[in-house]
Ligand binder design. Structure first.
Ligand SMILES: Nc1c(NC[C@H](O)[C@H](O)[C@H](O)CO)[nH]c(=O)[nH]c1=O
Ligand SMILES: CC(=O)[C@@H](O)COP(=O)(O)O
Length: 115
């Protein structure tokens, strides 16, 4: 049977040696702030040291892909958690940003490939 949504955590994870970034967009802050708080809380539950959780923000979701790569280099992170919220309105703004961000993630994966 297909597993839908988050699977059950089936093992202990130890993040005590990890340095993690949370990079969030400064749009739709009520939702963003709840997502950031939840990510931070979960990282602490997974034994990531508070001093090894770096929080930074960008103007919006459009900046997340390239700013994520820059943040990893700047803070020598093991991983970054990008958080953005796009809400459909009455124009094509939503589609344009989603498309740009999706393509930017693809480009950043290609940049990260070993030459
Ligand atoms: N409309 C939303 C945006 N728009 C801002 C862009 O992401 C970008 O920051 C701006 O165009 C400057 O380059 N961002 C979101 O995260 N969510 C939105 O709903
Ligand atoms: C994706 C968005 O920015 C959204 O808030 C835009 O709303 P609208 O399309 O009505 O300008």
């Amino acid at each position: 049977m297909a597993v839908k949504g988050l699977g059950q955590i089936d093992q202990e994870y130890d993040g005590s040696n990890l340095k993690v970034g949370i990079l969030y967009a400064r749009w739709n802050r009520e939702i963003i702030d709840a997502l950031v708080e939840g990510a931070h809380k979960r990282l602490l539950e997974l034994k990531v040291k508070p001093e090894n959780i770096i929080l930074e923000s960008v103007p919006g979701s459009y900046e997340l892909p390239f700013a994520s790569a820059a943040m990893i280099k700047k803070h020598k992170l093991d991983v970054v958690i990008p958080i953005g919220v796009l809400i459909k309105g009455s124009t094509m703004h939503f589609e344009y940003i989603c498309d740009a961000v999706s393509q930017s993630w693809v480009d950043s994966r290609q940049d990260a490939q070993p030459r």
